[in-house]
Design a protein around this ligand. Sequence first.
Ligand code: 5GP
Ligand code: MN
Length: 327
Amino acid sequence: MTTFLDFLQRQRAFLLTGHENPDGDCLGAQVALFHLLRALGKQVHIVNPDPIGKAFDFLRRHTPFGHARGDDELPEFDAVVLLDCSQISRVGALGQRLLASGKPIGVIDHHVGSEHGDGTACFVDATAAATGALVRRLYRELGQPLSPAAAEGVFLSLIADTGWFRYSNADAEVFAMAGELVAAGVDGSLIYDNLYRQNHPESAQLLAALLARHRLLLDNRLALCAMDKALMERAARIDFDTDAVLDPLRSLDGVEVVALLKERYDGNVKCSLRARRDIDVQAIAATFGGGGHKKAAGATMNMPLQQAEAAIEAAVATALGDAARRR
Ligand code: 5GP
Ligand code: MN
């Protein structure tokens, strides 16, 4: 922590970034860190590899978000801070440009193994429920009060990664923080409405189509849903959040792992894994070069969709077998 605080205090101009398709934790943590660094008198720009989705537009009330693709111009910066991931490879083409700049890279992250990423200075804790919770700790350490904007950022991080306080990572720190943030003026229902109540009219049909495609495998212990390019294009056109299929599948009695496979424009497959009980999907994702947390993980698989489906089924079968042997 001290070395990381030194890193923040030493540099003058920061570029904050995060993983491709930034989620609520990544963006919320960026909001909170943006306002912390500004309060410390620093120059700060948020530049992500992808634009923020419409659902997150409400954050622009208080925080400017930029993104860079191709050779879009970047603001001046002395240091990078990577939030909610630790590897430059997760930042797409922008990541390679940041690496080539030779500037120091700070990492704030809560994923397994993030101390072994590309950070030259790290503030990491895999037991933290969200990256935003780590930024909250930085405020405390520096004796800085949380502004209403920063409080909203931290709250967004918490709800994104705990599924609105439902997952097993919703620990005492999370609930204590939530109380404090609401007392500081955070409006949870405004966030909820922005995130989930602006869906395109065709979203219900697409959700139905996706759920209709799921397959139950391995004695109903694996629920697998594969989205080919056509479905992915349909989703992109209406800004559909594909995570919407995860919870209905995870709710099925007997299902222990949910796998959502998304065929990308380059032919690779982005895989999202979710677990119930004691299956470690982080370990499964790691066998494909990915990572994450025990109960939520992902990977990019360099193979065609059908092959990826078979590979995931085999990997989950092995993990279920290993878990049974451990019992
Ligand atoms: P999601 O399925 O929502 O994309 O990701 C679930 C969790 O796994 C998140 O914490 C995310 O950061 C992590 N994750 C997803 N994809 C990858 C990946 O390709 N590599 C690594 N290391 N982690 C990933
Ligand atoms: Mn996170």
